[in-house]
Design a protein around this ligand. Structure first.
Ligand code: AMP
Length: 381
């Protein structure tokens, strides 16, 4: 056995809540995508109901949740009815309008907290937060691309962080969207144009050996449980594979756990978090964190005694966390766009577990499902 790690680090701000949900009570999920779907499936497995709130029609999570509200995030009446009908609210994506959260929070607890969401929604605030708790990030500089002085601000930023660098929108970016790489000053294309007037941040390029992530959870009692770090490969900015265990040395592995714990405690967090890290010759550098279940944690459904979704449900429901012991080496591969055209071949492979999200429309770059392949019993590197 090669377990994850349960850290017993007491948090000074730990609220020690005791209001655990009973089977039959309901978790509200903001967002109806595949992550919401997998949260709903896990909740059902342990006798908890789910109610999904999603503006789009026929969301993947709607097929498995007990109830779905189809309404916009500015529909106050629908939000109030949703909040009044559930016992706790969680979310499966970050870009939820603050007004919607204000209304919900006045009626029912939101887990993870508003602060975790607010910090992670803004790359600048996130980096300042991470540096503030002593964690290393890429060097960065804010760039207001709408300013009449944007070109000179960008020049200053390039001098500050060095080149190559990546100009990113501060908000609403995901899977490499809203990003431009700048190799050298004065290159022909104007990187500011790609920001379309949005507030941006210039990040120095981190020369990493590999990308790893750690999925961790913190319960309402302040207990922390970390899954084994995974090694991630991206293609065109989208996660392609996660392999566990990551090829990192024991000291780096320990450091990944400590980083996750530091973030969880500083945010007085409740739920699962995904922390993306760059492994460099100078140690681990935090890229970003997602205050939710994470694509790079899908391997847990085939490789550990509990998966990230059930761990998240347990945390937000106020249940004790499970020690996330890993029993297998696993590789998870995302099925993106046309990758699903030959799913039956995958379904016939030995040791491969297919998971499709029920999306009827296949589009290039769209995450349609994933496959987990068990490589053998858990080994450590
Ligand atoms: P992000 O959306 O910020 O997670 O970026 C998507 C991917 O771009 C990351 O997983 C990395 O592969 C790469 N990337 C982003 N920021 C940096 C950086 N500062 N240095 C090196 N690579 C980066």
């Amino acid at each position: 056995m090669n377990g994850g790690r349960r850290l017993r680090i007491p948090s000074p701000k730990c609220p020690m809540k005791t209001d655990a949900l009973a089977p039959g009570q309901t978790i509200g999920i903001l967002g109806g995508g595949q992550l919401g779907r997998m949260i709903a499936m896990s909740a059902a497995r342990i006798g908890l109901r789910t109610h999904v709130f999603e503006p789009g029609a026929m969301p993947p999570a709607g097929e498995v949740a007990g109830m779905t509200t189809t309404a916009d995030y500015c529909d106050r009446e629908a939000l109030a009815a949703f909040a009044d009908g559930v016992d706790v609210v969680t979310y499966e994506f970050e870009n939820i309008p603050a007004e919607a959260l204000d209304l919900i929070e006045a009626r029912v607890p939101i887990r993870p907290s508003r602060r975790a969401l607010a910090v992670s929604q803004d790359r600048l605030r996130e980096k300042r937060f991470l540096n503030g708790i002593g964690l290393a990030t890429a060097p960065f500089h804010p760039v207001d691309s709408a300013s009449p002085h944007a070109a000179s601000i960008l020049k200053q930023a390039m001098e500050a962080v060095g080149l190559p660098a990546i100009l990113k929108t501060r908000r609403l970016g995901y899977d490499g969207k809203g990003q431009v790489r700048i190799e050298e000053a004065g290159c022909s294309a104007d990187p500011l144009a790609a920001m379309a007037g949005a507030e941006a941040i210039l990040e120095g390029f981190v020369a990493f050996e590999q990308e790893v992530s750690v999925i961790a959870a913190r319960g309402t009692d302040g207990r922390i449980a970390c899954f084994e770090p995974g090694e991630n490969v991206h293609k065109y900015g989208i996660l392609r594979t996660t392999r566990v265990p990551a090829r990192i040395d024991p000291g780096t592995r320990e450091c990944a756990f400590e980083i996750a714990a530091a973030i969880l405690n500083a945010l007085d967090y409740c739920g699962v978090i995904g922390v993306e890290l760059f492994d460099t010759t100078d140690g681990l550098v935090v890229n970003e964190f997602a205050p939710r279940v994470h694509n790079s944690g899908h391997w847990t459904e085939a490789g550990a005694v509990i998966d990230q979704f059930e761990q998240h449900v347990r945390a937000v429901a106020g249940w004790p966390l499970v020690d996330p012991i890993r029993h297998s080496d696993v590789e998870m591969t995302n099925l993106i766009g046309e990758d699903v055209s030959d799913v039956l071949a995958i379904a016939c492979e030995d040791g491969a577990r297919l998971h499709l999200y029920g999306k009827t429309e296949m589009r290039a770059g769209r995450k349609m499902g994933h496959v987990t392949r068990v490589l053998g019993p858990a080994t450590s590197l």
